[in-house]
Design a protein around this ligand. Sequence first.
Ligand code: HEC
Ligand code: HEC
Ligand code: HEC
Ligand code: HEC
Ligand code: HEC
Length: 392
Amino acid sequence: MIKKNRPTTPTFFFLSITAIVFALSLQPPGTAFSAEMDRAGFTSATVCAYCHEDIYESWNRSAHSWSYSDSTFMDAYRHAYTDTKGAAKDLCFTCHAPTTIVTKDFDGAMPITKEGVTCDFCHSVEDVNLSHAATPYKIDVGGQKRASMALDKSRKFEKTDAAHQAAYAKWFNKSEMCAGCHEITNMKGVVVGGTYSEWKSSAYSKGDYAKKSVQCQDCHMARIKGNPVNPSVKKIAKDTVPDHSLSHNLARLAGSVTLEIVKAERADGGRYVVEMAVTNVKAGHNIPTGLPSSSLTLEVEAQPAGAGAVIMRKTLGKTVVDAKGSALFTDVDAYIHGAKISENTSLAPNEKRVVKFDFASIPQGKVSVTGKAYLSNSTHNSHIPLASVEKK
Ligand code: HEC
Ligand code: HEC
Ligand code: HEC
Ligand code: HEC
Ligand code: HEC
């Protein structure tokens, strides 16, 4: 994934580690980090990093870490704020700077707000209730860190064990943990990006795969090599961690659809008709999913021997309209004014769709045909190629 204005890993972070490690060496064992972990409020990701370095490192590369600081969000937010005379701030921050649900820091004054979807937000989630649309997450801040306790469900944390205690919360390996933010509801209460409901209505949620359902975490947070806790803090018999970068990289995107040219032939009046099949083979939700600006572009190039190539493109995705039925072209407008989705041509999980490309006129002779698929959205500042196919 290509990221704009990502906060650079600050040098002061390493300097402050050194400072704290030094400060700690002056403390008696067992009281380590008590000064750093906020017992009454949220603790910064940079504090978690002292003991969970590998997880911090992958989270720091994730969209979650820049969900607030990213300039694309900030520009959109300022626009929304002005357009709604300030009313947008509660809405936007709920997902992009979710610690504000507790802190009410809607002006972004606190450093923790700028950390976006930060460690201590997720790991303070005690319960999820999707029927409470405005505040689906129940947060218990400062005390125990919640997790699915993949390391050991039954273990009890010793007082001297860690900077914190931990408790089992059943949602951590379930899609509902993500659904509170990944069912994007706009200011009019319209779902403009239903990633969770797309998943929910698919075979992935229903256990059709080897009798097992496939949750968001199974695809986006699969275990990768790394230490759950720094070995210098505590030795643990596990050398993998859930990938907190969300596995969202070019390698994952490539191959998420497959293409097949099912027909390429001459038709009446000098026309040339190509039918290309596109199948969503890897995503547990529609492609594209999320915000309406995401689109899947299919491109077919017909190259007649000895003449110039002709290119046709078709775009799959959704159209959001306002109350008068006019199409909205930016995500901000969809967030503020979207009244309904008037059209949705995105590909459901495992759906195969045959798309027809009718070329008006292609010179006689042999034609070679190339098909391509690429994804674009406001998060990616370029087109991401997903697949290609050729027929000579
Ligand atoms: C508190 C809200 C919140 C929660 C909880 C949350 N997300 Fe996100 N997620 C976001 C926001 C906001 C973004 C967009 C950040 C941006 O690009 O500005 C995002 C982005 C993403 C992306 C896109 C990454 C990219 O590079 O384009 C993926 C994948 C993702 N989240 C997966 C998950 C999964 C899996 C879970 C559950 C384990 C989850 N999220 C939980 C708010 C959340
Ligand atoms: C979007 C929510 C979210 C954010 C942000 C987040 N985590 Fe997690 N974390 C999870 C989920 C979900 C799991 C469990 C995955 C599973 O069990 O399938 C997890 C698992 C863990 C575990 C257990 C490790 C293991 O080996 O099982 C630790 C420790 C952890 N996270 C620490 C952190 C730290 C430190 C940060 C910040 C640098 C962080 N998390 C940010 C959701 C989050
Ligand atoms: C001083 C070191 C230290 C700091 C700082 C720290 N942790 Fe931990 N954490 C640990 C240790 C040690 C464990 C226990 C591992 C074990 O023995 O199972 C642990 C376990 C966890 C677990 C439970 C993992 C599981 O599945 O069993 C989560 C979740 C977690 N930490 C999150 C966090 C978050 C979030 C922060 C920052 C707000 C944080 N930790 C800060 C040392 C630390
Ligand atoms: C079977 C694997 C699988 C499951 C399950 C899955 N995803 Fe994805 N996800 C993918 C793939 C592959 C992509 C890349 C293709 C795309 O962008 O549509 C992706 C892309 C995304 C994106 C980025 C969209 C973009 O345009 O940049 C988000 C956000 C996301 N997933 C969130 C989720 C959430 C939330 C869930 C659970 C409700 C989930 N995913 C379940 C495989 C999966
Ligand atoms: C219900 C949760 C939710 C709310 C509320 C929300 N967003 Fe988002 N937003 C997301 C998620 C999740 C993404 C990740 C992209 C996707 O799924 O397509 C995202 C992505 C974005 C992006 C593109 C990603 C980037 O940073 O490059 C912008 C811009 C954005 N949101 C702006 C806003 C604004 C402005 C508001 C308030 C009017 C808002 N969002 C409210 C969840 C939310």
